[in-house]
Design a protein around this ligand. Structure first.
Ligand code: NAD
Length: 332
């Protein structure tokens, strides 16, 4: 579709990126160029009309060349190192991709933006897909708004916060039309088994221990990946330059409640076995250092300004993941 959006998507082989690319191609008639380093977290998904370039967002020569050739109407940055535990063990790749890589992308995006005509500039957006973790932890009943200060506590959150600050600076200083989204914890079919929900499902089905950090009372707001992608898309199409949008489904659960629901779903859905309840596999382990107690965002700006609303329920999303894992177990 020559008049449709031309998206440079980075990290389009990751969990959220794959869902966004699928939507962009199937529902939005977009042309997509996907730049992905194909780290351990990436998964190739055959997609017609989507060119995959294997490369690093921090490679300035490559990024400039791709942008010059493809002439995107928007750039959506989903490339990231995304796992908190890995960031604690080794923060270097987080600084490289989530900070240096974002800066390289911004420089090339600005060069490109300056060469667009007035209509192209009016339509252009640089979308930074960020996280609610940049705000740090908040006690109930508080919720972070887009004006809350950044107080990141893990190296992952700090690297995302630093990347977001560069995005803000490129808007404030150079007038690059940026939009930043702060999604809460995602779930859905195909997430890497290092993340809480797929890890617990794999372990529950395999009869292994279900490790829970500390007392398990850390609260997260669970957002289906498709609802997240719809919000990113609406922010891309309707978000004002320089705006931030919090994206949460208002589905607050403690980690213990999540694991309880996983156990229920697994016990209900797996082929009958004589075994006892999977709850007996729960094992409490030492807490993660710097573990935030609660993330909660106020998404009313996204709902009033973008018309976004979450559609998926946690129970139906969880059922889909368990059934998918039973049908095709993921390698751990
Ligand atoms: P993911 O780890 O599943 O995928 C990240 C993708 O980025 C992978 O395909 C990887 O190969 C690619 N990548 C990593 N470094 C790269 C580099 N230097 N150059 C090019 N590509 C690189 O992550 P995800 O869960 O899909 O998250 C995507 C984005 O959404 C991240 O920015 C994350 O902060 C944000 N986010 C995720 C969640 C969530 O719960 N998954 C919630 C809110 C925000």
């Amino acid at each position: 579709v020559s008049g449709g959006p031309r998206l440079l998507v980075t990290g389009g082989c990751g969990f959220v990126g794959r869902a966004l690319v699928r939507r962009a191609l199937a529902e939005r008639g977009a042309r997509v160029l996907n730049l992905d380093l194909m780290t351990y977290a990436a998964r190739r998904e055959p997609a017609a009309d989507c060119r995959l370039v294997e490369g690093d967002i921090a490679d300035g020569v490559l990024v400039s060349r791709l942008i010059d050739e493809f002439r995107p109407t928007a750039i959506v940055n989903l490339a990231a190192e995304s796992h908190v535990d890995r960031s604690i063990v080794g923060p270097d790749p987080f600084v490289h991709t989530n900070i240096v890589g974002v800066h390289v992308l911004l420089k090339s995006a600005l060069d490109h933006f300056r060469r667009l005509d007035a209509e192209g500039q009016r339509r252009f957006r640089f979308v930074q897909v960020s996280t609610d973790e940049v705000y740090g932890s908040i006690d109930p009943p508080g919720r972070f708004t887009e004006d809350s200060p950044y107080r990141p506590n893990s190296p992952y959150a700090a690297s995302k916060a630093a990347g977001d600050c560069l995005v803000r600076a490129y808007h404030q200083t150079y007038g690059l039309p940026t939009v930043t989204t702060h999604g809460s914890n995602n779930y859905g079919v195909g997430q890497h088994p290092e993340k809480l929900i797929p890890k617990m499902i794999c372990q529950a089905l395999a009869g292994g221990p279900l490790p829970i950090y500390g007392d398990g009372r850390q609260v997260r707001d669970w957002l289906h990946v498709d609802d997240h992608c719809e919000a990113i898309w609406q922010a891309l199409e309707q978000g004002g330059p320089g705006e931030h949008y919090n994206i949460g489904a208002g589905c607050e659960l403690t980690n213990l409640e999540v694991v309880d629901e996983v156990c229920d779903a697994v016990d209900r859905l797996r082929p009958r076995s004589a075994g006892a309840s999977t709850r007996q596999q729960i094992a409490f382990v030492a807490d993660r250092p710097g573990h935030d107690r609660r993330y909660a965002v106020d998404s009313s700006k996204a709902s009033t300004q973008l018309g976004w609303r979450p559609r998926r329920t946690f129970a139906e999303g969880l059922k889909e993941i368990v059934l998918a894992e039973i049908a095709q177990p993921s390698a751990q």
